[in-house]
Design a protein around this ligand. Structure first.
Ligand SMILES: [Zn+2]
Length: 472
């Protein structure tokens, strides 16, 4: 039982408690009240801390965890060339396992208890096993989305003349191997649709296709596996060859199982199609600002849409939710001010941002019934934030404490599924020096393989996909 925390339930019904108790029985919340009298429960003294639901990250490429700060000045074409074309094929299965495990730990450490992994590193059956194993053993809740993207079938060190033929395959139609492999992963690791980690699909880059037939074919196949969500990158550029949402709408294939990622360049009409279908959008604020577009959150939520927050690629910033929440708060306020230059617009409150990072996120991925808010009967997924630290104390507003002053080092306790995974500021059962040494070895191996890959043909292929002129 947690005793004495400032409790932010985020369930939209019960009032916040300046000091309250929360009882966990098994994996669920059994009671929440200003004061609970329970004799036989283990007590976690939460005095002076803020409790809120665990954060929900609806979009992350967890396999990119070992690439922290690999380069920090890239544009989208650089990202596609280096990460999706080159670093991707520099991973061996052991790198993939370590990356997914540590990436999920990084999330847990910052209070993210639910994570949607858009996992497009499915290079071989061994890689797929490793990715699923790493994700599952972290203990996090989430949806593991198998990526059907056809990675470049190039081995570092292979002759460069093999590349042009292989590049023609990239983003080619869904192949038989992916179909077999995805089905195998679904059955072997994620057979239970009510398990802590559920199965999902991460689609190919539909927006770069010349026409919709192969997208529709893939989507129908994906739905035959009954995924919890189908994660689709969309609307990242104003010049995408295929208008994914309009095409899906036209043929009646929009649905509440679709989780659109980014969508910065979607027109209001497409946002309305998304809302009408019960689909949702994940905004990864920091990376979207890097690539030069306002997040869709202000427009989409004003229309009644289901917005959520994702972290996306952790190659350029940390994998915690605090950075994303702060970025959203600031860009949202800026956007509001720019839209009303002659008015003194009241600023967006931190509570709206925390809602999107918790309860709205859970609803966006179909898990609103079990997580995302603190309510009796829901799974016990929560965090405690210390408020006694220099830089935060003295606390006035608990929402501001989390969104504007929070950081992973202030997260004292994290619970997922009724199990404490972080306590007194440390992840339990993790020997960090040993894990860090493994990451270092993995980094060296990835870097060595990367150096053996020719860059130019790969860059040209993606420039063509995005219709970008790369002559500068
Ligand atoms: Zn992404």
């Amino acid at each position: 039982m947690f005793k004495g925390a400032t409790i932010l339930t985020m369930d939209g019904k019960s009032a916040d408690m300046p000091a309250g108790d929360l009882l966990v029985e098994g994996d669920r919340i059994a009671a929440i009240a200003p004061e609970l009298a329970v004799d036989d429960a283990e007590v976690i003294d939460s005095t002076g801390m803020v409790m809120c639901p665990g954060f929900v990250d609806t979009h992350r490429h967890t396999w990119q965890t070992p690439l922290h700060g690999v380069r920090t000045d890239w544009n989208l074409l650089d990202y596609m060339t280096y990460i999706r074309g080159m670093y991707c094929v520099s991973y061996e299965p052991e790198d993939a396992e370590l990356a997914n495990w540590v990436g999920a730990l990084e999330a847990l450490d910052s209070g993210i208890t639910t994570l949607v992994d858009h996992s497009h590193l499915q290079l071989s059956a061994a890689h797929s096993d490793a990715l699923a194993d790493g994700f599952l053993r972290s203990g996090i809740r989430g949806i593991y989305c198998y990526g059907t993207y056809r990675n470049l079938a190039y081995q570092p060190g292979q002759p460069a003349q093999d590349l042009p033929g292989l590049l023609r395959e990239v983003n080619g139609p869904l192949n038989a191997w992916h179909k077999r492999n995805a089905t195998r992963i679904r059955e072997k690791y994620f057979p239970d649709d009510s398990a802590r980690v559920r199965f999902g699909i991460a689609s190919r880059e539909f927006e770069t296709l010349p026409e919709s037939a192969s997208m529709l074919k893939e989507l129908r196949w994906a739905r035959s596996l009954q995924p919890a969500r189908i994660s689709i990158h969309v609307g990242m550029s104003a010049r995408e060859p295929l208008n994914v949402i309009r095409e899906l709408h036209k043929v009646g294939e929009m649905g509440s199982d679709l989780l659109f990622i980014h969508g910065n360049h979607l027109a209001d009409e497409e946002l309305q199609m998304t809302i009408d279908a019960g689909a949702s959008i994940s905004s990864a604020i920091e990376i979207e600002m890097t690539y030069g577009a306002f997040p869709v959150v202000d427009r989409f939520t004003a229309m009644g849409g289901q917005s959520s927050l994702g972290i996306d690629a952790t190659i350029d910033f940390g994998g915690d939710m605090f950075g994303q929440m702060r970025a959203l708060l600031n860009v949202w306020r800026l956007e509001r001010s720019l839209k009303n230059p002659r008015k003194m617009t009241r600023k967006v409150h931190q509570k709206k941002v925390l809602e999107i990072a918790t309860v709205r996120g859970a609803e966006a991925i179909g898990l609103g019934g079990i997580t995302g808010s603190l309510a009796v009967g829901k799974k016990a997924d929560l965090l405690l934030l210390r408020t006694d630290a220099l830089g935060l104390a003295p606390m006035w507003d608990p929402y501001a404490a989390i969104v504007s002053y929070g950081q992973s080092s202030l997260v004292d306790t994290v619970m997922v599924d009724g199990r404490v995974v972080k306590r007194h500021g440390r992840l339990l059962g993790i020997d960090w020096p040993t894990v860090r040494a493994s990451l270092g070895r993995s980094k060296d191996n990835i870097r060595r393989r990367f150096s053996l890959i020719p860059e130019q043909p790969i860059r040209a292929r993606w420039a063509q996909g995005f219709r970008i002129d790369i002559t500068d």
